[in-house]
Design a protein around this ligand. Structure first.
Ligand code: NBP
Length: 467
């Protein structure tokens, strides 16, 4: 029997769909799952496909052409270490293990070093786009050594999403770089989603716009500069009716946002390496606040505030919301890209930020026309310190800042929470301020803790006996 080109263990939804994608692209795939029956059911459900059913890990390894390429798609965390530990005695140096789950990048760093020391090749890769992406074409963010990537590059290119004909995959950098970028992608996704949710809240509560009209507005916005998967699905969501009640489904959904933790990793790491990403953090905080519904409902009865509707020009507010959303999105991506730059330096990843934006144009949740502009900005200047300093984006934020200020003011006046919008404006204003009040903070730190400060008028570090 001819050998399989690649093997995949972990046949849950992502694993199964990746296998079908690889097979559709002409590859023979060895398949394995811890619970063997799932593997049997999967193979039985796809007769006539180039799948090699493997009942044990030994069968799995034996089924593969050399050097072996094995992809692990199991739950992130200790399960990945577990599977690697079981595979290693069966493999030969030079074989390639690929972890395609949402692993924490520092776990990937550790695994990459341990496996390299034993002579094995390793790639930790982000795979974005959920189950549909896995089946039809995900955005793939691999981290590893170029020789390892070369072994699997053709397969990844074949199965990846294509944006304007270009495959949405590139070698991101060494070791944990791919998983880092996947994590940052998810943080950016949180920011986009929070900004869209706040836009909805303002239109719904300040203007009383119906769901059908909201659907029309988002569909119209999706024809312009906001064109993106998230705006597209938002438009569709507002139109969807519950088959049982006939009501708009969105109104029946409990307002508690869940999360699986990858967005949180973005915020945690940004704090660790000292990068301000307030809009991404605000998005996470907004989810946490929403999840505390059990306290919010009684609080809503006692902590009263403004409840009135907006009485000004409806069209003016809607159009300002569109501009504010675009500006806040730029501020949020500026934070995400600044985080990637800092992480690149911190962890020695040497990433091409323009290429990263380019591979996010297809197959992933944040896919958007807007990413072309980020790619262009980094092509113009690979060392761009902040997206808002690019000529094009600078014009955009300068033109739209009045809209964002108007929206933040309106939300504040009407008592509508807008953590993400406010944080985006705060980021913009702080970043463009030449003298922040941190002189006072430094004085306080020196006062209570003798932490010292620097002076504008002479070099060195100083301490004052303040009392
Ligand atoms: P899950 O994350 O639900 O994992 C289920 C798979 O892990 C099953 O095949 C299960 O085997 C296997 N597994 C577990 Br749990 N513990 C194991 C162990 N100790 N040894 C061997 N196998 C073990 O599957 P998923 O939702 O398809 O996601 C797979 C990976 O892709 C995850 O890391 C996830 O974070 C990531 N991801 C998911 C999505 C998505 O939209 N779902 C998107 C992008 C990335 P069993 O059948 O024997 O229980």
């Amino acid at each position: 029997m001819s050998k399989a080109n690649i093997g995949l263990t972990g046949l849950a939804v992502m694993g199964q769909n990746l296998v079908l994608n690889m097979e559709r692209n002409g590859y023979t795939v060895a398949v394995h799952n811890r619970t063997t029956q799932k593997m049997r059911d999967f193979v039985a459900a796809h007769p006539g496909k180039r799948l090699v059913a493997c009942e044990s890990l030994a069968d799995f390894v034996a089924a593969l052409e050399r050097p072996r390429k094995l992809m692990i798609m199991v739950q992130a965390g200790p399960s990945v270490d577990n599977v690697i530990a079981q595979l290693l005695p069966l493999l030969e140096p030079g074989d390639l293990i690929i972890d395609g789950g949402n692993s924490y990048f520092l776990d990937t760093e550790r695994r990459a070093k341990e496996l390299a020391a034993k002579g094995f090749r390793f790639i930790g890769t982000g795979v974005s786009g959920g189950e549909e992406g896995a089946l039809k074409g995900p955005s793939i963010m691999p981290g590893g050594e170029p020789e390892a990537y070369d072994l699997v590059k053709d397969i990844f290119v074949a199965i990846s999403a294509k944006a304007e004909g270009e495959p949405c995959v590139t070698l991101i950098g060494p070791r944990g770089a791919g998983h880092y970028v996947k994590t940052a992608h998810n943080g950016i996704e949180y920011g986009d989603m929070a900004l869209i949710a706040e836009t909805y809240d303002i239109m719904h509560r300040a203007l009383g716009i119906s769901n059908d009209e909201l659907g029309d507005i988002f569909a119209e916005w999706n024809q312009g500069e906001l064109l993106s998967y998230l705006i597209e699905i938002t438009a569709a969501i507002f139109k969807k009716r519950d088959p049982e009640t006939g009501k708009h489904l969105v109104d029946l959904i409990v307002d508690e946002a869940g999360q699986k933790g990858t967005g949180k990793w973005t915020s945690q790491n940004a704090l660790d390496i000292g990068v301000p990403i307030p809009t991404i953090n605000a998005a996470l905080e907004a989810r946490l606040l929403s999840a505390n519904r059990v306290e919010r409902i009684p609080a809503s009865r006692v902590l009263t505030g403004p409840t009135s509707r907006y009485t000004g020009d409806k069209q003016k507010l809607i159009s300002a919301l569109r501009d504010a959303l675009y500006m806040a999105k730029i501020c949020s991506y500026a934070q995400g890209m600044a985080l990637l730059r800092a992480a690149g330096k911190e962890y020695g990843y040497q990433m091409d930020y323009g290429k990263i934006a380019a591979i996010w144009r297809g197959g992933c949740i944040i896919r958007a026309q807007f990413l072309n502009r980020i790619t262009d900005a980094f092509r113009r200047n690979p060392d761009l310190p902040n997206l808002m300093l690019d000529e094009g984006f600078k014009e955009d934020v300068l033109k739209r800042q009045d809209a964002l200020r108007f929206i933040v003011r309106t939300a504040t006046d009407l008592g509508i929470p807008a953590l993400a919008f406010m944080s985006a404006l705060g980021y913009f204003d702080a970043y463009r301020t030449d003298r922040l009040p941190a002189n006072l903070t430094q004085a306080q730190r020196d006062y209570f803790g003798a932490h010292t400060y620097r002076r504008l008028d002479k070099e060195g570090w100083f301490h004052t006996e303040w009392i």
